[in-house]
Design a protein. Structure first.
Length: 137
């Protein structure tokens, strides 16, 4: 099956981190089909190990993994390594807990460390728009 979409001249790399293996598999397939190199991890710990040797162009990170706040910790570590790496946090925390938070104010962004925050379930088109916006492409 030929992909009729224009492929980027040099493929950009996206790091996907989520403990939901079905969600991870689906995103990996969709981003690969969209022309990205995709690396993935099913835990924050595995993501930190990947980051030691890799510099992704963008990260998509789940909030609640091996710890309820692992996504925050991982965002912090990504930004500490390289503040220019855009991070999209995806979370079902609102659905799971009823708590509603976002990263719209400067104060919220200062402690969340994510460049965008999306609620699960997230449509791929919505995620793709954020990736394009953050990668300026």
């Amino acid at each position: 099956m030929a992909d009729t979409k224009a492929q980027p001249e040099s493929k950009r790399t996206i790091l996907l981190v989520d403990d939901d293996t079905d969600f991870l598999f689906q995103l990996k397939a969709q981003f690969s089909a969209a022309g990205f190199n995709v690396i993935s991890a099913s835990s924050g710990k595995d993501a930190v190990a990947l980051l030691a040797d890799t510099r992704p162009d963008l990260c998509v990170v789940d909030l609640m993994m091996e710890r309820a706040d692992m996504g925050f910790t991982l965002c912090y570590k990504i930004k500490k390594k390289d503040p220019s790496i855009p991070v999209i946090m995806v979370t079902s925390v609102t659905h799971e807990t009823g708590l509603d938070f976002d990263a719209t104010t400067e104060e919220e962004r200062s402690w969340i460390k994510a460049d965008a925050l999306l609620d699960k379930p997230v449509r791929f088109e919505q995620l793709q728009r954020e990736v394009a916006r953050l990668l300026k492409g």
